[in-house]
Write a protein that binds this ligand. Structure first.
Ligand code: PLP
Length: 416
């Protein structure tokens, strides 16, 4: 058996010295609002403020700086459609190192064009990540490029570990650090640094329940592939954690929890509302765990949430905000039966207005409201303050003679 590469505190300190000046020392302010909401003392390590929007710059820059002069001239390659690609492209340009990125054909146009703007050569290849990776390996051999793995390269892991060193400096009394887990590089580097210096600080990993590959690896005792499922936290959608990352993290991570898609959406919304901060799904995972009640042990404790990235597609952000408002009971749609006589609709809108709710949209539906020609359905979209307010609106409507039509739920696909 070959020995797994080691990453030590000394490696991470050296990485910190190497990347100093090239990567932002991101702020780590305390959030009174999130503290009040969760009962913990919450600090947010804002690595979404890095130039390309994520902590991945740390590892990418460090790995590039570790190359010898010949390899710097020849360049590097990676298969990635995400933040690792952006970090490599940006720092490759700053350091004068040619960067090739292989993305699967479905890669979002915005990622492709951003990487190109940052000066990388982008190759679109393959229907999935595995095919893109195979092409990257082929090009690496052909053009003598160094392959830089996004979460399992020791230099990348050491670079990510610098985030842990900064947290200990910025919040010396920290008691727990909550970290998103994708392939495991971030939590591995951070845990090596923090546990070496402050073994009592709890390291808590958070996965998207849809892609819980670290949990699967803990159960199996080694990285295993899990079936792919879509998640809002695309940065965490890794189907098998890295061997090196897992080897470093497994004994240093105190707890791993899983969050649902609804919890992720709500956490993104809370960041926008209370922190005026745009985060992507992966970066919302730590707050999602706290708000979702998965971490009761943090009540009253000083906890740092690693806010790892902010690269969220604006169209997805807008959907997430709306679905977060729905989950919150602040935006809802329901159908009530009204009289189809003059004044029927006016009586309904008056009742809604008296409850303090605000109507966003209302549609009159006669064709599908049954055989009673003196009645019609009104499909209402309304804004309320919270779930309690929504419940009281519904009660008020029923009492005022507007029966609610039970929704049949979303249509089931034919093959279900
Ligand atoms: C924003 C963000 N957060 C967290 C992660 C997870 O990092 P790792 O794969 O090192 O576990 C990623 C990975 O791409 C990411 O882009």
């Amino acid at each position: 058996m070959t020995a797994r590469p080691r990453v030590t505190l000394a490696d991470i300190r050296a990485a910190g010295r190497r990347i100093a000046g090239g990567v932002l020392v991101s702020p780590c302010p305390e959030s009174g609002a999130l503290g009040a909401m969760t009962g913990a003392r919450v600090f947010c390590k804002l690595d979404n403020l890095q130039r390309t929007g994520s902590f991945k710059e740390r590892g990418a820059r460090h790995a590039l700086l570790r190359l010898g002069p010949d390899q710097r001239r020849l360049g590097v390659i990676a298969a990635s459609a995400g933040n690792h690609a952006l970090g490599l492209a940006y720092h490759g340009r700053l350091l004068g190192i040619p960067v090739t990125v292989v993305m699967p054909e479905y890669a979002p146009l915005i990622k492709l064009s951003t990487c190109q703007k940052l000066g990388a050569r982008v190759v679109l290849h393959g229907r999935d990540f595995a095919e893109a990776r195979a092409e990257a390996d082929r090009l690496a051999a052909l053009d003598r490029l160094a392959y830089i793995h996004g979460y399992d390269d020791p230099a990348v892991i050491a670079g990510q570990g610098t985030l842990g060193l900064e947290i200990l400096r910025q919040v010396p009394e920290v008691e727990a650090i909550v970290v998103p887990i994708g392939g495991g590089g971030l939590i591995a580097g951070l845990a090596v640094a923090v546990k070496a210096l402050r073994p009592k600080v709890r390291i808590i990993g958070v996965e998207a329940a849809a892609t819980a590959s670290f949990t699967a690896a803990l159960r199996a005792g080694r990285p295993v592939a899990i079936p792919p499922r879509p998640t809002l936290a695309d940065g965490l959608a890794v189907f098998k954690v890295g061997e090196t990352a897992f080897g470093l993290a497994r004994r240093r991570v105190d707890q791993v929890v899983r969050v649902s898609e609804d919890e992720l959406a709500l956490a993104i919304l809370r960041f926008v509302e209370y922190e005026k901060t745009v985060v992507e799904g992966a970066a919302a995972a730590p707050l999602a765990a706290l708000l979702g009640g998965h971490l009761p042990g943090l009540m009253g404790r000083k906890a740092v949430l690693v806010v790892s990235g902010g690269n969220i597609d604006p169209a997805i952000l807008s959907r997430v905000i709306e679905s977060g408002l729905v989950a919150d009971g602040r935006l809802s749609r329901f159908t009530v039966v009204i009289s189809d006589r003059p004044g029927g609709l006016a009586a309904l809108t008056r009742t809604i207005a008296e409850s303090g709710a605000s109507i966003k949209d209302i549609a009159h539906d006669r064709a599908f409201s049954g055989s009673n020609v003196s009645a019609a359905n009104a499909v209402c979209t309304v804004e309320t303050r919270d779930r309690g307010h929504l419940r009281s609106l519904r009660r008020r409507l029923t009492l005022a003679g507007f029966p609610l039509v039970q929704s049949p739920g979303p249509p089931r696909p034919a093959h279900a």
